[in-house]
Design a protein around this ligand. Structure first.
Ligand SMILES: N[C@@H](CCC(=O)N[C@@H](CS)C(=O)NCC(=O)O)C(=O)O
Length: 249
């Protein structure tokens, strides 16, 4: 059984899509990021960057103690490797899938995340026009990278549907929020439609839809400000010393 520490965001849905595609049994453990669950000692022990998703595999290959993994890209690699599916293991095939998984983690996820953030912000924190333009241009560039890639390929890494496709899908699907004119990217659209028709993708995308952050427009000003601070004004945390022995060299 796999525990998925999860909140229904694009980064979380990458993992539930893969688990649904694999038909691997899993249990959602809600990590309510608007309430601060990501800062609890138990969560930080498996995900020291205070971000979900994270998994705990209670039946790792070869037995032994449970294995925890954080960072969605590492989770996708771990699960696909365990199942022996959606992740070619030959030298060339693996290098190519790795490239696109890392592309997603280092480019598509962070840049589209910032694009959405600044576009949603409005002017409550001052003029954001430079940031909005910067990240909307980056979003456009990145949709173009996928569109170009999919011109002469069925899937991102060729004929085979892999974790590279699954990891890109939950971010790509939000193209409207990134001010993308989808007509500009027909090869990307063909891929998006094909993935969106897969029952496992639909189930993975719907996972945890009963988990609700709460509508910010229905919150008091104090509640809105507390949520903003919790998520958007994070600073370094003091080193946790309880139960740990300092490295002496
Ligand atoms: N690179 C990480 C990013 C994960 C991430 O940003 N998770 C967000 C939700 S989508 C989160 O946990 N946020 C909590 C916080 O900001 O404190 C991954 O792909 O796993």
């Amino acid at each position: 059984m796999i525990d998925v520490h999860y909140w229904p965001t694009p980064n979380g849905k990458k993992v539930t899509i893969l688990l649904e595609e694999l038909g691997m049994p899993y249990r959602i453990v809600p990590a309510h990021i608007g309430r601060g669950d990501q800062f609890t000692p138990d969560f930080l022990a498996i995900s020291p960057n205070n971000r979900m998703p994270a998994i705990v595999d209670h039946e790792p290959r070869g037995g032994g103690a449970p294995v925890s993994v954080f960072e969605s890209g590492a989770i996708m690699m771990y699960l696909a490797e365990k199942a022996g599916r959606f992740y070619p293991q030959d030298l060339r095939g693996k290098a190519e899938v790795n490239e696109w998984v890392i592309w997603q983690m280092a480019n598509q996820g962070p840049k589209l995340g910032e694009c959405g953030h600044f576009r949603r912000l409005g002017d409550s924190q001052g003029d954001q026009s430079y940031a909005v333009r910067r990240f909307t241009d980056e979003a456009n560039r990145l949709y173009g990278v996928l569109n170009n890639r999919l011109y002469d390929r069925h899937f991102i890494c060729g004929d085979e549907y892999t974790i590279a496709d699954m990891i890109c899908y939950p971010w790509a699907v939000n193209w409207k929020a990134h001010d993308i004119d989808i007509a500009e990217f027909p090869y990307f659209r063909r891929w998006l439609d094909e993935l969106g028709a897969r029952p496992a993708v639909q189930k993975g995308m719907a996972a945890g839809s009963d988990l609700q952050m709460g509508d910010p427009s229905k919150m008091t000003r104090e509640e809105q400000e507390a949520l903003r601070k919790l998520l958007y004004n994070q600073r370094a945390r003091p080193v946790e010393t309880k139960g740990r022995t300092a490295w002496k060299g």
